[in-house]
Design a binder for this molecule. Structure first.
Ligand code: ADP
Ligand code: MG
Length: 315
């Protein structure tokens, strides 16, 4: 029923790269591991893949201890930022490579490769040379290659990081749709909060080797629990009230003539059906959403909904 990670610790010499992490991922779900560079995301993913040996803890798949099972026997598909395609083979051969290694015959391989090309939006690309592909196309091929053997678990490490912004957003949306459609169990590593939130069922926010907070994107956004997590999801402003610390969520702040606080509008950005504002209050920038544009520089009164402040605890 799940991928279960129990008290996993990974060391590089004296360096603790993954620090006593426990996580469960339900079959068919996508977990995004997020956090700044160096926090241990890739190392945790590599431990799940069997590419690094943990110092302590266990990895279980469907109740079976796979902590020491070699990567090629784990049924995992891997996709990295650097797609590492075979440049001397065509697209179809790249996609079918794992199947060939697994002894799948040429006929069945061709059928499956065609199916995958359609799935990743590269119909007709089979005979093309890999060297002529754009970055986005190459990542689609890498994705098809990872999916070819129908892995029980797909592991993706910053798969879109090398692409330009437009391509990244486009592929992110497609990847989200595809993973859902395939009901693919997956762990998706990224430093990009938006990317994680748009495709994950659960998000795990990492900091210095630990997973500080796991939950649905909505739960983590509403109740980040720790200041680092709050900042990571975009709640930059913190306030003290009655001796407690709170992150100021954008939905806790509204512009109201009767508001008890005063601030100066810094920026006002159109977002389709609303405006995203940043407002200087007591030095710190507060974010909020508003239905009409407000001129930067203007003073506004603000009110806070205390039920929408996110209580912050120390790590
Ligand atoms: P992330 O993927 O979140 O950027 P990593 O898992 O790559 O983080 O790295 C976690 C920590 O372990 C970092 O401090 C990094 O410098 C260190 N590290 C990563 N790989 C190695 C390695 N092969 N040898 C020694 N230290 C490493
Ligand atoms: Mg990494």
């Amino acid at each position: 029923m799940t991928l279960s990670i129990e008290s996993l610790t990974v060391l590089y010499g004296d360096k603790v790269a993954v620090d006593n992490v426990s996580l469960d991922i339900a079959v068919g779900d996508v977990l995004a591991l997020v956090g700044p560079s160096g926090c241990g995301k890739s190392t945790l993913l590599r431990a799940i893949a069997g590419l690094v040996e943990p110092a302590e803890g266990r990895v279980e798949w469907q109740g079976r201890d796979i902590t020491h099972v070699p990567t090629h026997q784990r049924g995992v598909g891997l996709m990295f930022q650097d797609h590492a395609l075979f440049t001397h083979r065509d697209v179809a051969d790249n996609i079918g490579f794992g199947l060939k290694m697994a002894g799948v015959g040429a006929g069945a391989r061709a059928v499956r490769t065609e199916e995958l090309l359609v799935l990743v939006g590269l119909e007709g690309f089979g005979p093309r040379s890999v060297e002529g592909l754009s970055g986005g196309e190459a990542q689609r091929v890498a994705l098809a290659r990872a999916l070819a053997p129908e892995p029980a678990l797909l592991l993706l490490d910053e798969p879109l990081a090398s692409l330009d912004r437009a391509r990244r957003i486009e592929l992110n949306i497609e990847l989200a749709r595809l993973l859902r459609e395939l009901e693919q169990t997956a762990v998706y590593v990224t430093h990009d909060q938006d990317e994680a939130f748009s495709l994950a069922d659960d998000v795990g926010v990492m900091h210095q080797g630990q997973v500080l907070r796991v939950g649905s994107p909505g739960d983590v956004w509403r109740d980040p629990q720790f200041e680092i997590v709050a900042r990571f999801v975009g709640h930059e402003a913190m306030i003290e009230r009655d001796g407690q610390r709170f992150a100021v969520r954008p939905d806790a702040v509204s512009i109201a003539t009767s508001g008890e606080l005063v601030g100066r509008v810094k920026t006002c950005a159109f977002q389709g059906d609303r405006y995203a504002l940043t407002i200087d209050v007591d030095g710190g920038p507060w974010r909020l959403f508003h239905s009409v544009a407000v001129e930067p520089g203007s003073m506004v009164r603000l009110s806070l909904d205390p039920t929408r402040l996110a209580r912050i605890t120390d790590i």
